[in-house]
Design a protein around this ligand. Structure first.
Ligand code: BGC
Length: 421
């Protein structure tokens, strides 16, 4: 293995404190440019047509969670006082090897929505009862009201035909009709970041920011200067006012949508494994099968003297046996890719806080985050907290990053009530 190249790549992924300040400042600037004229921002900054809940919303609602690896249909009972119960749940993967694949180039939107309608039919099996359905749809969508959201473009390497440009709830309604399901009425569509914020704001006071840090990456926030106040889905995976290194460049050029989702390609779980694979291809000078974010996590967590877990992964996936010194380089590479991601994500949150509080004092608040990278990747949460300290100094103690697990379904249920307000 070429350790000199490894050292060089590690340097490319290392960020200084000045870099972090620059990222936070240019993120804020890009948002503020977008608020004046959206064509001036690299982010889409989409209106979501919802305000924050009070915590007193009540009733039984169906929630559809569509956008990650799994589809979920959940029957949620909102009890008010920030409390809720999950009454029923069905979850199915979008891809089942050897059986079906609803996200490939050959996949058809109609088949996908028929599959979803069947899942909804299973949960809403009591046909004598009518349900409103909230839809968490985790892709950039142009909305004109809380129901009407059309998919601008797929992200996260989804390709299904016949969905881009369409009103997603119309596709869902048509599928429900085809399947004869008359007791379910889709009434809202929200992004998953919005769902996380609504879910967390239902249970906590002082929330303005919600974020997904998982397969994909994105953040929303409550903006009181747009249409009397509403949540804005930044689609900040598209933020591109930051420098990229040559590994990022290779990834971008070989991805499904080059030049798009530049930030997402640097930080999200879907792409971290690919960055690592590309870097290793350079270092080992051979073609490799894809490493994943889970491999990166396993390597970071390996504190054994002989780095046995790192060795095992390198043997099974790259078919190489390395010395302990070499394995230490590989572990350092995994770590630097993940730490860069955590630092950049935290810096973008600071950019939003700087926008919200201008040059005044930051208000004490929680930032809701959902997603496997935030939840499971070792050292990520600590690195994010450290980054907040670097950028906000004493004011960092006012900010708490909280895990909002499973916010997609709860948020979708809450959006049904907000749709009727
Ligand atoms: C999508 C966003 C979504 C994020 C997290 C991105 O690829 O564009 O709409 O919020 O993934 O799921």
């Amino acid at each position: 293995m070429n350790t000199a190249i490894c050292e060089k790549i590690i340097r490319e992924f290392t960020l200084s404190n000045d870099d972090l300040v620059n990222i936070a400042a240019s993120f804020r600037k890009d948002m503020e440019r977008g608020l004046v004229d959206i064509s001036e921002s690299s982010m889409k900054m989409l209106k979501s047509y919802v305000k924050l809940p009070t915590g007193e919303e009540k009733g039984d609602f169906l929630a559809l969670d569509f956008g990650g690896t799994n589809l979920r249909v959940v029957l949620v009972r909102l009890l008010g006082n920030g409390e809720y119960e999950i009454l029923k749940k069905v979850a199915k993967p979008l891809v089942k090897e050897g059986e079906y694949n609803f996200i490939s180039k050959e996949a058809k939107g109609e088949d996908l929505f028929d599959f979803i309608a069947d899942m909804i039919g299973e949960v809403a099996e009591d046909r004598g009862k009518n349900y409103l359905l909230g839809h968490t749809f985790s892709f950039p969508s142009m909305q004109s009201n809380i129901y009407n959201a059309s998919l601008i473009t797929w992200t996260k390497e989804f390709y299904t035909q016949g969905v881009e440009g369409e009103v997603v709830n119309d596709l869902l309604k048509a599928a429900l009709k085809r399947r004869g399901i008359k007791n379910v009425e889709p009434v809202s569509v929200i992004n998953d970041t919005v769902a996380v914020l609504l879910a967390s704001a239902y249970k906590n006071k002082n929330m303005q920011i919600g974020s997904i840090y998982a397969t994909g990456f994105n953040t929303c926030y409550y903006e009181d200067k747009v249409d009397g106040g509403m949540v804005i889905n930044l689609e900040c995976g598209g933020f591109n006012r930051l420098g990229i290194n040559y590994i990022d460049k290779i990834l971008d050029e070989t991805s499904a949508y080059p030049f798009q989702q530049r930030l997402e390609k640097m930080v999200s779980g879907r792409y971290m494994g690919e960055l690592f694979t590309i870097a290793l291809t350079e270092i080992l000078e051979k073609n490799l099968e894809n490493f994943t974010a889970v491999d990166i996590s396993t390597m970071i967590a390996d504190n054994s003297d002989d780095l046995k877990d790192v060795a095992k992964i390198m043997e099974s996936k790259a078919n190489v046996t390395l010395s302990t010194d070499e394995l230490a380089y590989i572990k350092a590479l995994a770590e630097v890719i993940s730490l860069r991601s955590a630092k950049v994500v935290a810096a973008t949150y600071v950019g939003i806080l700087w926008h919200l509080f201008k040059d005044g004092e930051i208000k004490e608040q929680k930032i809701a985050v959902d997603g496997s990278v935030f939840e499971k990747m070792p050292k990520v949460q600590k690195t994010m907290a450290d980054t907040l300290k670097i950028l906000l100094e004493d004011e960092a103690s006012k900010i708490e990053l909280v895990l909002e697990n499973g916010g997609s379904a709860l948020g979708a249920a809450i959006s049904c009530v907000l749709a009727n307000n």
